[in-house]
Ligand binder design. Structure first.
Ligand code: MN
Length: 154
């Protein structure tokens, strides 16, 4: 059996209205951390010589992802709607086809601020650490930053 090519999902997985065929619609996170109105679909679970997951996240209108950081990086491409993302100490407007790189150990949060959902594809390593939330001192520090202080949600 060794050396035989394997497939882990069909070669083509198509969406209808941002729901990919045969892909479960999952809660954003199952660990009870703080977020609002975010769903997750795993479009590629990683494997073989490609040890990354490709996920589609959708933040509903006025929703937000968890304010967090971690050792692993994210590579994000916006493919639905628009909104804002906080990376490190700044807040950026994002829309269709914008590419966002979240470096390791960098605070980040996505929000759907424009009256429409914010959907994005996110590439992440299959082997990764758990996200960290700001402790009270770190949160206070973030709150003092100009744009960021007003932007962040917990
Ligand atoms: Mn993250």
């Amino acid at each position: 059996m060794s050396g035989e090519p394997k497939t882990i999902q069909p070669p083509v997985v198509s969406p209808t209205d941002y729901r990919w065929e045969g892909v479960d619609l999952l809660p954003y996170k199952e660990d009870g951390t703080i977020f609002k109105d975010v769903t997750r679909q795993i479009l590629f679970p990683g494997g073989f010589d490609l040890p990354v997951e490709l996920r589609y996240f959708e933040v509903g209108i006025d929703g937000h992802s968890t304010l967090e950081r971690h050792e692993h990086a994210h590579l994000v491409v916006v493919n639905r709607g628009s909104g804002k993302v906080m990376v490190k100490d700044r807040v950026y407007d994002v829309g269709l086809n914008d590419v966002v790189h979240i470096p390791p150990m960098t605070w980040h949060q996505f929000r759907a601020t424009n009256g429409e959902p914010l959907g994005f594809l996110c590439v992440v390593s299959t082997e990764r650490d758990r996200p960290q939330r700001p402790d009270p001192a770190e949160f206070e520090e973030l709150s003092q930053l100009d744009e960021v202080g007003e932007f962040i949600r917990v």
